[in-house]
Structure formats: structure tokens, C-alpha cells
Write a protein that binds this ligand. Structure first.
Ligand code: PLP
Length: 480
């Protein structure tokens, strides 16, 4: 593509994006594509000759757009709703053009240092102490895997060199609540502990980890000759957004000498609000914490931040100096002996893209005050929706609402439907509502059974959207 064409198509694309953002509500939130539709509409092989960009864009609109579920739609109220905000989108555009690869300080001084600065800003905003150093990964799953790997490095002598197999080692144990995210399961699997190393601790009536049960499990494991190494506490669990008692869990970890990782992937940013600063009480005593700007900080997917109070442990797990990258004779910034940090030393990946650019542009473009206002508004909207549910005789709320997610279900006023029928009816209701294309909600399984979940996280979601969700829910119950 010649520069002149790049310029033309670039302008056209910005127009397309602006129009998309402005009129996203003309699309159904949930794609109506059937499995295989998209693949069937595309050629089986790549073209031998290059094609005009106009033709590619035409196919993008004709074939791919109908296969999009619109996460950037204010009626997207499923899972954890998110926003790709305009400053974040522009930062992604720029980042692709710059193509920075910050494996070493010298391969991108700006990306390396902006990462440290912008993560310092975010750390201050959420009230973590300066002892926490941050590093950016793509997703919380990878952040958590690195945290568990650091825990393993700290607990098992010579693990970097000798690994775990063929050694006289006790079975290792990691603890999290019954409500913790599956990324912790994947983390223990990925780092070779085996899935059975993860013990899920029972929760209280508000879905929070029970520290007494945690203590008992650790004692039981020690008595059986197993080696506890880490606990993962969650601030904002995936189903109900419950908050584990982090300070109490930190006390257990300190006493037992265990690594404490806090999964605040979704809710951690809410600690910016004076009303919610308490959610990270005790997190300053953790060893690591993950928070995802791509969840509730208006950043396009993907960007996850791992804060670690013992980054030296992570570095000792990973730092390697391949000869082709950094010759031992290299002098100057980023060379051996120099104090600058090379980001390749803090994780599995060598290459890394310029993700801090979007965090920096978002923090500057919004400003902390506007971010706080938007988070507060989402929390207020969730309270409003919860109050409508509470006031409606045929709906019931199934969990507290500490942030921007409401768990509820349809349960007709006389409350006589058997559990299996209630579950089936709520699943059907969810389907009927989502088929309208106006909103998209998801579900989870709670003590009572199937729960519907309404999550607010898009910056353009207003009372109109959640009212539409309620109206549709009420209207569609007539078809049950
Ligand atoms: N932790 C929690 C509490 C989550 O809810 C999720 C995903 O929703 C994750 C971790 C995993 O996030 P990611 O998709 O960034 O790996």
C-alpha cells in the first residue's frame, strides 16, 4: 500500500470507526450468525495477488460485521461489560504504526519507561503502596499465572533449574474461594502443579471466602504432608462481584508464610472511589495483585496489570540473557550491569507491544475525576436496576450489589415453581431477551440455581438501556 493510499484509507477507516461508535445501536448486540456462517462466506485459501483495500473493506462489512457481537454497544450488559473508549482506540492505532517491541530498554526506551510511569499513576489512583512495581501482560489469566509462578519460585528451592518432576517434593497446594475465576485453575495447570493442587475454599452467605475454612484447609494439608504455597483472594468475583476478606486472608498468609495474590481484575479500579477504597484494605500486604484496565477502565482489549511487591522473585524466575539479544560485552543502557529494567525479564514473553500507550492516553484524556464519575455512575445504575428488581413481585435479587453487576432471576410472586422449572424458565427468558438484539445479558449459577446477570461497564450505558432490559425481561416472561 502506497503512502498516498494509506492516507486515504486511513481517513476512510477513521470515518468508519467514528460512525460505528456513534451509531453502534443500529446493530443487534449479540451476533445472529450461526456456527460456520462466517467461515463459509470466506474463500478457503489466501489470494495469490493482492486485492484493493476497498474490496477488503466491502467484505469486512458484508461478511464480518454480521458476525460481530458488539462489546462496544451500550446495551452489552453481559459478563463484565467493557468499553473501548476513543482515546484507547487512537492509542491502539498509533501503537500498531510504531510497532514498538520493548523486550529490552534499548529496543524501546519510551515503551519501557512509560509502562513504569503509567502503572505508577494507576497504582496511586487505586491506593496501593509504592512497594508494588507493575508490569503489563495481555490478560488477567496471564498475570495470575505469573503470580503463581513467582509463588512457586519463592516456595520451591531450585525450581527454576530442577523443575518439579523426579524430585522428592511434597504435593504443592494453592487456595482460592469456590467463587474464584477459572484463570486460577488454568494457572496451576500451566505451571505444572496439577489441577488437584488447587483447593477451593467455601464461601459465606455473601459469596466471600471463609478465612476459618482457609485456616482449616491449610492445617489439614500440612498435617497430610502437603506444601501450601499460595492463596488467591478475589476482589470482585466473576459471578456476584463479592469481595473476599483480604486483610484477614493476608493475616493467614503472613502467619503461614504463603504468597498472597489478589485477583482484582474487574473491581480493583473501583478503589479509586472514596466510597470503595476499602475494597483493597489489606491488599497492600499482598505479594501481588492483578487489575485489568480492559475490564473497567475503558481500555480496548487487551491490557492487564500485575502489581508485585516482590518483582525480584519474578525476575529471578525469568531473567535470561540470550546471547543473540544481549551480548555479555554490551555496554551502555540496558546492557549487563546497567540499572535499567528490561521488560523481557519479568515474564514468559520476550516481545511485547506498546500497551502502556493506551493506559497513558486514557488516564490523560479522561482525567481521574471523570473516570471516578463514570465508575460511580455505573455503580449507581446497578443500584437502580437492583431496586427495580427488588420492587418487582415476579423477580428476585440473588446477591448483594457491591459494584456494577446485579444477579437476579424471574420467580413468579407465589414462589411455587420447583427449582428445575425455574432454572429452565430463566434460561429461556435469557434467550428471548438476547434474541431481541437490544441488550445482551448473561447468566451464572448461584446457590438458588440459574441466575441472570446484568453487568454495567460501557461508558455510554444509561438508565435507558437498563430500563429497556427490565422492560424486555418483563415482556418476555409472558412467553414463558
Ligand atoms: N479474574 C476475574 C475475577 C475475572 O472475572 C476474569 C474474567 O472475567 C479473569 C480473572 C480473567 O480475565 P482475562 O480475560 O483478562 O484473562
Amino acid at each position: 500500500m502506497e503512502t498516498v493510499d494509506f492516507r486515504r484509507h486511513g481517513h476512510e477507516l477513521v470515518e468508519w470507526i467514528a460512525d460505528y461508535l456513534e451509531h453502534v445501536e443500529r446493530y443487534p448486540v449479540l451476533s445472529r450468525a450461526k456456527p460456520g456462517d462466517i467461515a463459509a462466506a470466506l474463500p478457503a485459501s489466501a489470494p495469490e495477488e493482492g486485492e484493493p483495500f476497498g474490496a477488503i473493506m466491502a467484505d469486512f462489512e458484508r461478511v464480518l460485521v454480521p458476525g460481530l457481537t458488539h462489546w462496544n454497544h451500550p446495551g452489552f450488559l453481559a459478563y463484565f461489560a467493557i468499553t473501548a473508549s476513543p482515546p484507547g482506540i487512537l492509542a491502539e492505532f498509533l501503537s500498531a504504526a510504531l510497532n514498538q517491541q520493548a523486550m529490552l530498554w534499548r529496543t524501546s526506551p519510551a515503551s519501557t519507561e512509560l509502562e513504569a510511569v503509567s502503572l505508577g499513576w494507576l497504582r496511586q489512583l487505586i491506593g496501593l503502596p509504592p512497594a508494588f512495581e507493575g508490569v503489563i501482560y495481555d490478560t488477567a489469566s496471564i498475570s495470575t499465572m505469573h503470580a503463581l509462578l513467582a509463588a512457586r519460585e519463592a516456595a520451591v528451592d531450585q525450581v527454576r533449574v530442577c523443575g518439579l518432576a523426579g524430585r522428592d517434593l511434597p504435593a504443592l497446594r494453592v487456595y482460592c474461594s469456590e467463587q474464584a475465576h477459572s484463570s486460577i485453575d488454568k494457572g496451576v495447570i500451566a505451571i505444572g502443579l496439577g489441577h488437584q493442587s488447587l483447593r477451593r475454599i467455601p464461601v459465606d452467605s455473601a459469596y466471600r471466602m471463609r478465612p476459618d475454612a482457609l485456616r482449616d484447609s491449610i492445617a489439614e494439608d500440612r498435617a497430610a504432608g502437603r506444601l501450601p504455597i499460595a492463596v488467591v483472594a478475589t476482589v470482585g468475583t466473576t459471578s456476584t462481584t463479592s469481595v473476599d476478606p483480604v486483610a484477614e486472608v493476608a493475616g493467614v498468609c503472613e502467619k503461614e508464610g504463603l504468597w498472597l495474590h489478589v485477583d482484582a481484575a474487574y473491581a480493583g479500579v473501583a478503589a479509586m472511589l472514596p466510597s470503595h477504597a476499602h475494597i483493597l484494605d489489606g491488599a497492600g500486604r499482598a505479594d501481588s495483585l492483578v487489575v485489568n484496565p480492559h475490564k473497567w477502565l475503558f481500555a480496548p482489549v487487551d491490557i492487564s496489570v500485575l502489581y508485585c511487591r516482590r518483582m525480584d522473585v519474578l525476575r529471578s524466575a525469568f531473567s535470561l540473557t540470550p546471547e543473540h539479544i544481549l551480548q555479555t560485552a554490551d555496554a551502555g543502557p540496558g546492557g549487563p550491569g546497567d540499572s535499567v529494567k528490561n521488560l523481557m525479564d519479568t515474564g514468559v514473553q520476550l516481545g511485547r507491544r506498546f500497551r502502556s500507550l493506551k493506559l497513558w492516553m486514557i488516564l490523560r484524556s479522561f482525567g481521574a475525576r471523570s473516570i471516578r464519575e463514570r465508575l460511580s455512575e455505573h455503580i449507581r445504575l446497578a443500584q437502580v436496576f437492583a431496586s427495580w428488581v427488588d420492587a418487582h413481585p415476579d423477580f428476585e435479587r440473588l446477591a448483594p450489589v457491591p459494584f456494577s453487576v446485579v444477579c437476579f432471576r424471574w420467580n413468579p410472586a407465589d414462589r411455587t415453581l420447583p427449582p428445575a422449572d425455574l432454572d429452565a424458565a430463566n434460561e429461556r427468558l435469557l434467550d428471548l431477551v438476547n434474541q431481541t438484539g437490544d441488550v445482551f445479558l448473561s447468566h451464572t449459577k448461584l446457590r438458588e440455581g440459574v441466575a441472570l446477570r446484568l453487568a454495567i461497564g460501557h461508558m455510554d450505558t444509561t438508565e435507558r438501556h437498563i430500563k429497556r432490559a427490565l422492560d424486555l425481561l418483563v415482556e418476555k416472561t409472558r412467553e414463558l
